[in-house]
Design a protein around this ligand. Sequence first.
Ligand SMILES: NC(=O)c1ccc[n+]([C@@H]2O[C@H](COP(=O)([O-])OP(=O)(O)OC[C@H]3O[C@@H](n4cnc5c(N)ncnc54)[C@H](OP(=O)(O)O)[C@@H]3O)[C@@H](O)[C@H]2O)c1
Length: 229
Amino acid sequence: MSSNGAGDRYLGIVGAGKAGTAIARAAVAGGYDVAISGSGSAERIQLIVEVLAPGARAVTTEEVARHADLIVLAIPLHRFQDLRRDLFAGKILVDAMNYWDEIDGVDGPFATAPAGTSVLVQKWFSSARVVKSLNHLGYFKFEKSRRPRGMPGRVGMAAAGNDPAAVALVLQLIDTLGFDAVDAGSLESGLALQPGGPIFGAGHTAKELSNLLSRAAVVPLPSSSGARI
Ligand SMILES: NC(=O)c1ccc[n+]([C@@H]2O[C@H](COP(=O)([O-])OP(=O)(O)OC[C@H]3O[C@@H](n4cnc5c(N)ncnc54)[C@H](OP(=O)(O)O)[C@@H]3O)[C@@H](O)[C@H]2O)c1
């Protein structure tokens, strides 16, 4: 078990909840070797993973970090600072987290992040290559919408980041997971992917996504204005 570098088929997922297990199912179906963790021991999530993401392996977060160069962070936003700042050094870190006031608190930096919460994630994990993605569809819609390339009804999924090579790999991941990948620009542009942004929560085609993103003068609304995902 170890990663062979960017472009391989290893995927790590931190967070074995609704989002993390949905992403794990899609990644296993797409041929990824998936390791997934919760906040505790591997044993604690073993059954959840066996039932909800068969084929993925339940491990600790430390093991996730060793497993892959491509790692999805799918935990409540207010919890990411529980993780060591150097845990993902050199890794591509897909930030699938959203800010929800009732979960993450109404005050503080997440509520007011002017360039989006992924910029704060990048600041914390300064040696990681953060890409915002996999956050703008609810897990149910994610599950129901994913399908092979070329199949009618395929929807788009956007990725935003400042490291073009990292974004390119995340776009490949998105395609493998069953979505048409759309480059949304810089990490700061990831603001448009957040709750209240123009593409959040809806299952748009890639073309619709591109159009909405290019027109986006994004002013995120309070998180209570939309269904929470
Ligand atoms: N639900 C959706 O449809 C959806 C869709 C897209 C994005 N998101 C975003 O994805 C994130 C997770 O949402 P969710 O709905 O999947 O939440 P959830 O069902 O409550 O699951 C949260 C998971 O995160 C784990 N976790 C918490 N703190 C952790 C830590 N410090 N280290 C490792 N794992 C930790 C929890 O493990 P323990 O149980 O061991 O604490 C649990 O497995 C949120 O930011 C959410 O906005 C959600």
